[in-house]
Unconditional design. Sequence first.
Length: 431
Amino acid sequence: MLSAADNELLVRTNQNTPLGEYFRHFWQPVALSEEIPLPDCAPIRVTVMGEELLLFRNSAGKVGLIDRYCGHRGADLFFGRNEECGIRCIYHGWKYDTDGKCIEMPNVPPGAAYHDTIQIKAYPTQEFADMVWAYMGPAESMPALVPQLEVGLVPSENRYVTKRLIECNWAHSMEGALDTAHFSFLHMPAPSQMNDDNPNVAADVKRLRWLRNDPTPRFTFVDHEVGFVIGGARHADEDEHYWRLTQYLLPNHSITPSSMPNEIYYGYSWTPITDEACWMYVYAWHPERAITAEERTRFDQGGYGQFAALGPGYLPLRNRSNNYLLSREEQRTESFTGIRGIAEQDQMAQESQGYILDRTKEHLTPTDVGIVRFRKLILDEVKALSAGNTPKAAHLGQAYRTRGGGALTADQLQLEEVMIERFGTKTGVVN
Ligand code: FES
Ligand SMILES: [Fe+2]
């Protein structure tokens, strides 16, 4: 459990909150590039950590992230005209560039008091890995690089990037990714489905059997410069261990533990919208080959576990408002939850904890040790920032080039040996 004060620290990211200030020292994904695909295309509203902003791509292709409301009398710039290298407010025609500078004021005589002096809020942006990233912290602390996640370093045909709306506090979802013990329950097919003849599970049946048969994985950790690796070891067949190796990357990224050697890698980043909702950016990449058309189609449809079937606005079709299309019949006969899709099962569990979880009421167990470590690290970092120490990890962009995944090893290996065997380095950093 956490104290009420620490729980508050962990969930609040608006301006002038300690975690909000910490997040703002890092580049954060704020949209997919595909949401503003072309010069002078329609601008979009984005709310990031409680700040209402407008994102647009100007005539030259440059991206601007500015205050959503006009400096004159507050009209919503979402309704504005994106034209000739700026957003023009529809109320009285004031026009803003990507830096938030008001460059035209047709209702103000030249030489009048305000001319050339109006500046609305604007944040620097970069595009990386098909996402638009923004830096919303103090200018003097701005890191040169966005986190160099491997997904952004492979050729574009080798990756697939999307996002989905999570209707609860960001930390529920982050903790859900670090809590790899839940797989033995939440994602299990019904026992009657666990046979090699069932085409839905045949390919994974061995892994599912190991997961089901060992619901108390042993967790160990390797710390590194920008987070840590969580290693969860389960008994496999014979004298082997099935390891699930998850990356936690400060402050809000994770690389998943599912990929066996030569499989596609997956990762997540969470950007709070408000304290009660966040965007989860979900990405897949293969270091050596393109993602095939067939794989893209399956991802689009919510296949392969990491992706949910999405409706308009990147809202999952199975969501909080419809109980994730829970079928009690399927819960009896086909799966532990009666909800289709691993991503949707995760989302259900996380959102079912409420909009903001009260961690003072928890009863943690030894398999929650990854979550405990995450909370301690991020709260220590936040408290250090409050004491005047800016986060080092924000300036170590290259250290984010890490992998996570699964491994089958001899049972006497320690986590560092497993990491070297699986990824070539004990931290999973790709050289
Ligand atoms: S409110 Fe925008 S120009 Fe008047
Ligand atoms: Fe899960």
